[in-house]
Write a protein that binds this ligand. Sequence first.
Ligand code: SF4
Ligand code: SF4
Length: 243
Amino acid sequence: MAEEAIKLGGKRKSIFMDKVKKLLPEGGNLNLCLTCGACSSGCPATGLENMDPRKFLRMAALGMDEELTSTPWVWMCTMCYRCVYACPMQIDIPALVYEARASWPRETRPKGILGSCDMALRNQSGSAMGTPPDDFVFVVEDVLEEYRETQPAFKDMEAPIDKKGAHFFLNQNSREPVTEPDEMVPLWKILHTVGADWTYGSKGWAGENYCMFLADNDSWEKIVRTSINTAKELGCKVFLNTE
Ligand code: SF4
Ligand code: SF4
């Protein structure tokens, strides 16, 4: 499919132009973008909505704010940062994508991401599934008991929750305790086998953070703070992000 030509409508006042400049190294010289396309070559969202990271950056540089803040492509970027690693000038395109997302009124952002973020704000788990702390504790204890009874090699295995002074604080993707509880066990087994001193927290145990993908800074921060504060209160030394 042939690419549509970018139409320029004369000189425009751009909020993105300023942001792009901040994202460029060494004083924000837009000419630092070599238009080499390395960013686009490995981007999983290249070609969707007739967009790619190089085109997105060039449109920002040309002041095409209206197009940038209305294209649904920004919600297809996975925030994987591949483009940044590939870019010879280390231009931070996902940060620009994030700004474009944040410009959408909250209620118009994609329903799936919005709903998962709102669910995570419902209780202190931070879980996109809305699982409350008590339910998480129940599932972990239940699964642990089953494995201790049925697998003698792991009869002493632990899956601690809120263990004071544990070295590692682990989080957990919240889909697993709800839909695939057995999927939590391989990691427990590894930690048991190597003798790691670890714990989950009953608060802030959920590892995913859809509020970040939603470009909702306040909610993103709230969820991260709940996790970090729990780890600090328990006196853990290392935060292990399993997501
Ligand atoms: S990889 Fe970097 S320098 Fe090359 S086109 Fe993309 S943003 Fe520009
Ligand atoms: S961060 Fe976004 S734009 Fe960059 S490579 Fe990943 S999906 Fe593409």
